[in-house]
Ligand binder design. Structure first.
Ligand code: PLP
Length: 399
């Protein structure tokens, strides 16, 4: 008799992982992968931060037993995350209106939030930016939602089409869930200004939309507090709010899967009910989160010397990316006079929508072993002092 597996189709390949596979198979010693979504240091390596190493040394010395964590995660971690995300002095923390659960990276946080929303707002539709991180759509669809795009990027200016965005927000049905990138928009690198955020917040509040802020790059834009400012502004409005955050990039802890979901309620009593439901979702998915990453991040965030070290190491990553943006612009000015790449300097975070066409991206790959995403997205954090000259020469040739 036929197996239940016999009729299963092959799932589509992940486009970004496909780039990495092709890159790995390339034998050109000068190959460069700008298709990635991770931060590399100037040596082209994923750093192990000193703050992480030091926290791990202490943990190893403790030789602690590996008991289960609570369903919502390590208490010291959840508290430290809340203070980082909302600010220790924020009303939502003082009034105990925010609940935070440790999650398996930012992705895990989004998934808990999506499952939670589907349970209690089953008829709402979800809106994500056009374009957005490619997993946003799949994740909310797999939770059972219809996912729509809202206007975001303007290829003509390489920035935000703000009039289009506000028009889209105004047209959303009440109660719609709107996923917003808190900072360092992936994939475009185009963020809203503070004044534009004020307008977005006003529309979200007036139209009764449910904001879901995704913050995967806190500290990669202008600074830890600066990048988190949007979350605090939303929290101050008193509307129901969800925030997913990730330490994959800001702690260079990709594989440890450390993130969190925070939900802001109207009262402490409401928050307790929400937490009980979030725990139910975690319990039926993976029971409770892993210990190591949460312990490391909690130790770093709450130990003053380690915290200071983290902030300076994060600042170094942020500054190095900015330097690469500057060099990208300056070098292209010389190699491709008449072409304006000034926008790359205005974009923030790890990525740039470079404006390179699919054909140009393919020429970079085929002629120079330089890999980027077909959309033209490049990871600025994969550029370094050794590869930038070759990359810029190649880009100038395919323009
Ligand atoms: N959200 C956005 C916008 C991202 O770019 C990413 C990672 O690339 C994530 C969430 C997921 O982060 P994590 O790797 O912690 O699951």
């Amino acid at each position: 008799s036929a197996s239940i597996f016999g009729a299963i189709d092959m799932a589509p390949r992940d486009p970004i992982l496909g780039i990495t596979e092709a890159f790995n198979a390339d034998t050109n010693p000068q190959k460069t992968n700008l298709g990635v979504g991770v931060y590399y240091d100037d040596e082209g390596k994923v750093p192990l931060l000193n703050c992480v190493r030091k926290a791990e040394e202490v943990l190893m010395e403790q030789r602690a037993p590996r008991t289960y964590l609570p369903i919502e995660g390590l208490a010291s971690y959840d508290k430290a995350v809340q203070e980082l995300v909302f600010g220790a002095d924020s009303a939502v923390i003082q009034e105990k209106r925010a609940v935070t659960v440790q999650a398996l990276g930012g992705t895990g946080a989004l998934k808990i939030g999506a499952d939670f929303l589907k349970r209690f707002a089953p008829d709402a539709q979800v809106f994500i930016s056009d374009p957005s991180w490619e997993n946003h759509r799949a994740l909310f669809e797999s939770a059972g939602f219809t996912v729509n795009n809202y206007t975001y990027y303007d290829p003509a200016t390489h920035g935000v089409n703000f009039a289009g965005m506000t028009a889209a927000l105004e047209a959303m049905p009440r109660g719609s869930i709107v996923v917003l990138h808190a900072c360092c928009h992936n994939p475009t690198g185009a963020d809203l200004t503070a004044a534009q955020w004020e307008q977005v917040i006003a529309i979200v509040v007036a139209r009764g939309l449910v904001p879901f802020l995704d913050m995967a790059y806190q500290g990669f834009g202008s600074g830890i507090a600066e990048d988190g400012a949007v979350v605090r502004k939303f929290a101050a409005t008193g509307v129901p709010l969800l925030v997913s955050n990730s330490f994959s990039k800001s702690f260079s802890l990709y594989g440890e899967r450390v993130g969190a979901l925070s939900v802001v309620a109207a009262s402490h009593e409401e928050a307790a009910r929400l937490l009980s439901q979030l725990k139910r979702i975690v319990r039926t998915n993976y029971s409770n989160p892993p210990t190591h990453g949460g312990k490391v991040v909690a130790a770093v965030l709450t130990t003053p010397e380690l915290r200071q070290l983290w902030e300076s190491e994060l600042a170094q990553m942020r500054v190095r990316i900015k330097e690469m943006r500057d060099q990208f612009v300056e070098r292209l000015k010389l190699k491709a006079p008449g072409r304006d790449f000034e926008f790359v300097r205005q974009q923030v975070g790890m990525f740039s929508y470079s404006g390179l066409t699919k054909e140009q991206v393919h020429r970079l790959r085929d002629e120079f072993s330089i890999y980027a995403v077909d959309t033209g997205r490049i990871c600025v954090a994969a550029l370094n002092s050794k590869n930038i000259e070759r990359v810029i020469d190649a880009i100038a040739k395919v323009l």
